[in-house]
Design a protein around this ligand. Structure first.
Ligand SMILES: N=c1c2ncn([C@@H]3O[C@H](COP(=O)(O)OP(=O)(O)OP(=O)(O)O)[C@@H](O)[C@H]3O)c2ncn1[C@@H]1O[C@H](COP(=O)(O)O)[C@@H](O)[C@H]1O
Length: 106
C-alpha cells in the first residue's frame, strides 16, 4: 500500500519542469502552489460531499483524487512522503484524546 504512494511520489517528481501540455502534474507545477492548494481543497470538499451522500463508490474516487493532489502538494512544499510517515509513526499508540488533553492551556 505504501509502495503505491512511493511510486506515485516518484512519478510526480519526474514531472517537475515537464511539458504541461502532456502532463497534468507538470501543468499543476507550472501553475504553482496556489492552484495545487486550491485543487486539494476542492477534492477534500468533493470527498465530504460524497461521504455525506452515503456514496461509498464516490468516496473511493474522490479520496483517490484527494490523496493524489496531496502528494503533488507535498512535492511542491518540499516535504518527502517519508517525513509524513515518520510523523504518523511517532503518533502511533498515542490516543488523540490523551494528546489533546495534554496540550498547554491557553
Ligand atoms: N493519480 C493521478 C490522478 N488522479 C486524478 N488525476 C487528475 O486530476 C484531475 C482532477 O480532476 P478534476 O475534474 O478536478 O480536474 P479538472 O476539472 O480537469 O481541473 P481544473 O479545471 O479544476 O484545473 C483530472 O485531470 C484527473 O485525471 C490524476 N492525474 C494523474 N495521476 C497520477 O499521476 C501520474 C502522472 O500524471 P501526468 O502528469 O498527467 O502524466 C499518472 O500516471 C497517475 O499515476
Amino acid at each position: 500500500m505504501t509502495g503505491t504512494l512511493e511510486q506515485l511520489e516518484s512519478t510526480i517528481a519526474t514531472r517537475r519542469g515537464g511539458d504541461a501540455s502532456a502532463s497534468y502534474v507538470a501543468a499543476l507545477f507550472a501553475k504553482g502552489m496556489p492552484k495545487i492548494a486550491q485543487k486539494l481543497g476542492e477534492e477534500a470538499v468533493e470527498t465530504v460531499i460524497a461521504a455525506m451522500a452515503g456514496d461509498a463508490r464516490g468516496v473511493t474516487g474522490e479520496a483517490a483524487d484527494l490523496i493524489f493532489h496531496l502528494m503533488v502538494l507535498l512535492n511542491e512544499a518540499g516535504v518527502p512522503f517519508v517525513d509524513v510517515l515518520a510523523e504518523l509513526e511517532r503518533r502511533e499508540g498515542t490516543s488523540g484524546l490523551a494528546e489533546k488533553a495534554a496540550r498547554p492551556k491557553v
